[in-house]
Design a protein around this ligand. Structure first.
Ligand code: MSP
Length: 665
């Protein structure tokens, strides 16, 4: 009988449905996916869950704005989230929606247990409430803004059911002391301990002011407070009231952002204690990805989207960057420049180059078969020792969620083998028996290092390491390989290499950033008319998916004349045109639109010579908000048809003479 595997249950937060995933959300889910793969390779039976948090006043409002019932709105948004995760290769084992029947049953059951055990009572609550964060703001006065998001609070008085959170101050502190690893990282643990030491107030866990929520049975119009509802998703995902059958609860790891640590380390364990259910083993809070030093949010217009990056550089590049760039637990800045730099240096020149040159030399010198090493020299043994030591170090780093350090250790080995190849110069060795043997040893050694780094990097780079694995002629599934059995020396000579595949083609930084930004602009403004002229659509831009779903929620397919009339288009005449240094697709134009002369950037540089445009009459969208393209302000957009598979822009124009400034209707 095979030994029963130990279980490991990990979760991402369940995401709000009033927006679509950006890099911040992607980060949490990527980390969960990396850890899931890593734990599987350590022999665990792993379940990872994610999902959508679909109740609350924000959803009520968003659905109203979109003119659809809440249930329809959330169904579309949940689909959009789910399909984006699928597209990014981040499909969880369970996807919970808080509108699922199983979840509704679980929330009602948890409440019943808390109530039966004497931890729920009815009362009144008046306070300042932040509708954006779905939380009463403790100690806020009327007129105060929410300390978390900075937006105004509203005064609310409600008849509520209260949860006796105050009764859990001591049990929680005892629990934290007994389980020093429960809250990670350490700095968050200290923060939470002092918060709880400062005293806990009872918490209202039902609402009568909100309609769109899970009803409290027999107590309508009470619905559950969104956090009582949302946190319970972790339990409903693995069986709810029947959790024992599935055998996954308690969770081994809740991964969360630092903004929601309190909900997970104070409220959630208290609810579970009250219901006498087992508590999760660990909550890990990561930092934020910032854009221009502030947290990304759609309202601030500074979000970074995952899809354009993936279209340009591949999902593995994004995964690598997110984990390598920032120490897990801390905040970090997101920058496209840094992303592409890392891609070129670590992936294209690092792993990609090692794989392709090693394979090419084996192909050329040993007819595509892994050679048999001969006598080892001291430098071969030194590399072997380093790679063997890296195995232990990397596993330890992963285990502690020190992803940047794990990758650093792997890439240090890649740097060493690069250096080894440069010194040993296998390509310069001749065909004498001794030289052939030396060549065999050097190439086997390099291929063996490649095999080891490939396995170690697999949790972070699943797609590309699968390719390297096949290139090394391995036929077993890499993801199913037990990392605990990984040792130096297991690469079998005689194995035929697989077909070589492109791993990380090098990209031109300026062009790559420009294309990512241009795709992101399009995804964020899907209803914008004729984007081809200002920002040409690369051939890889996907059509379907989450953005389309969001657009279809936000904008019906047909628009009324009043919507059309919101777009102001005028006849403009191009006065000057010049290329922009560092942006080979953009032209900087000045255009006379009758009332003024505007500066406009247009993505037509590859199709129109600047001089040929002077004096030309074009159609200009004049009431678009100004934006910066490659650092140059663009105040308007030139309309063009997008023609052919590469979206060649053809400027709209007139066959009759028209007056500059005339409005198009
Ligand atoms: N619905 C709640 C969670 C309920 S869990 C029982 C929620 N949703 S959220 O969509 O707003 O955020 C989900 C996660 O995304 C949080 O962990 C949050 O920290 C993370 N991020 C959102 N923006 C982020 C960044 N800019 N950077 C990193 N992660 C951030 O909260």
């Amino acid at each position: 009988m095979p030994e029963k595997k130990e279980k490991f249950y990990l979760t991402t937060p369940i995401y709000y449905t009033n927006g679509l995933p950006h890099i911040g959300h992607t980060y949490t889910t990527v980390v969960a996916d990396v850890f899931r793969r890593y734990k599987r390779m350590r022999g665990y039976d792993v379940v990872m869950t994610t999902g959508t948090d679909e109740h609350g006043v924000n959803v009520e409002r968003a659905a109203q704005k979109a003119g659809v019932p809440e249930s329809e709105y959330v169904a579309r948004m949940a689909d959009a989230w789910r399909s984006l995760w699928d597209e990014l290769g981040l499909t969880a084992d369970e996807f919970v929606r808080t509108t699922d029947l199983q979840h509704v049953r679980t929330v009602q059951w948890l409440f019943k247990l808390c109530r039966e055990n004497g931890f729920v009572y009815k009362g009144h609550y008046t306070g300042q409430y932040c509708i954006y964060d779905n939380a009463f703001v403790n100690d806020a006065k009327p007129g105060d803004n929410c300390p978390d998001c900075g937006r105004p609070t509203e005064t609310l008085t409600e008849e509520n059911y209260f949860f006796k959170l105050s009764a859990f101050q001591k049990p929680l502190l005892d629990f934290y002391k007994k389980n020093p690893d429960f809250i990670q990282p350490e700095s968050r643990r200290n923060e939470i301990m002092s918060f709880v030491e400062g005293g806990l107030k009872d918490l209202s866990i039902t609402r009568t002011t909100i309609r769109w929520g899970i009803p409290v049975p027999g107590e309508e119009p009470h619905v559950f407070y969104v956090w009582f509802d949302a946190l319970t998703a972790y339990l409903s995902a693995v069986g709810g009231p029947d959790y024992e059958k599935r055998g996954m609860w308690p969770a081994d790891l809740h991964l969360v952002g630092k903004d929601i640590i309190r909900f997970h380390t104070v409220y959630w364990p208290a609810f579970l204690m009250a219901a006498m259910l087992p508590l999760p083993k660990q909550v890990w809070a990561h930092g934020w990805f910032l854009m221009d030093a502030t947290k990304m949010s759609k309202s601030k217009g500074n979000v970074v989207l995952p899809r354009p990056i993936v279209n340009m550089l591949g999902m593995d590049a994004l995964r690598y960057f997110l984990l390598r760039e920032v120490v897990f637990g801390q905040d970090g800045n997101f920058s496209y420049d840094a992303l592409v730099t890392r891609y070129n240096s670590d992936l294209a020149n690092g792993l990609g180059n090692l794989a392709s040159r090693t394979a090419a030399m084996i192909e050329k010198n040993f007819a595509g078969k892994i050679p048999k090493p001969a006598e080892h020299k001291q430098q071969d043994a030194a590399l072997a020792k380093e790679a063997q030591a890296a195995i232990g170090e990397v596993l330890e780093r992963y285990e502690k969620m020190e992803f940047a350090r794990a990758l650093e250790a792997i890439w240090a080995v890649i740097a060493s083998v690069d250096k080894y190849l440069t010194t040993e110069q296998p390509w310069a060795l001749g065909d004498s028996e001794a030289e052939k043997q030396r060549k065999a040893t050097v190439l086997w050694t390099s291929a063996e290092v490649l095999r080891i780094v490939t396995m170690l990097a697999h949790p972070v780079l699943p797609q590309s390491t699968d390719k390297v694995w096949a290139l090394l002629g391995q036929t077993t599934s890499l993801g199913a390989f037990a990392l605990d059995g990984l040792r130096w020396g297991q690469l079998a000579p005689g194995t035929s290499l697989g077909k070589s595949q492109s791993l990380f083609p090098r990209v031109d930084k300026v062009e790559a950033v420009e294309r990512i930004e241009s795709m992101a602009n399009e995804e964020l403004n899907p209803t914008q008319p004729a984007p081809a002229a200002a920002t040409p659509a690369p051939a890889t831009t996907p059509t379907a998916g989450a953005a389309a779903a969001a657009a279809s929620v936000a904008a019906p397919e047909r628009i009324g004349i009043e919507d059309f009339s919101k777009v102001e288009m005028r006849v403009g005449q191009i006065k000057t045109a010049e290329r922009i240094v560092g942006a080979d697709k953009l032209l900087k134009l000045t255009v006379d639109i009758g009332s003024e002369v505007r500066q406009i950037c247009a993505g037509i540089a590859q199709f129109y010579e600047p001089e040929s445009l002077i004096g030309r009459k074009v159609v200009v969208v004049t009431n678009l908000a100004p934006r910066k393209l490659r650092g140059v302000e663009s105040n308007g957009m030139i309309v063009a048809a997008s023609v052919g598979p590469d979206g060649r822009p053809v400027l709209a124009g007139f066959h009759e003479d028209v007056e500059v400034g005339a409005r198009l209707k």
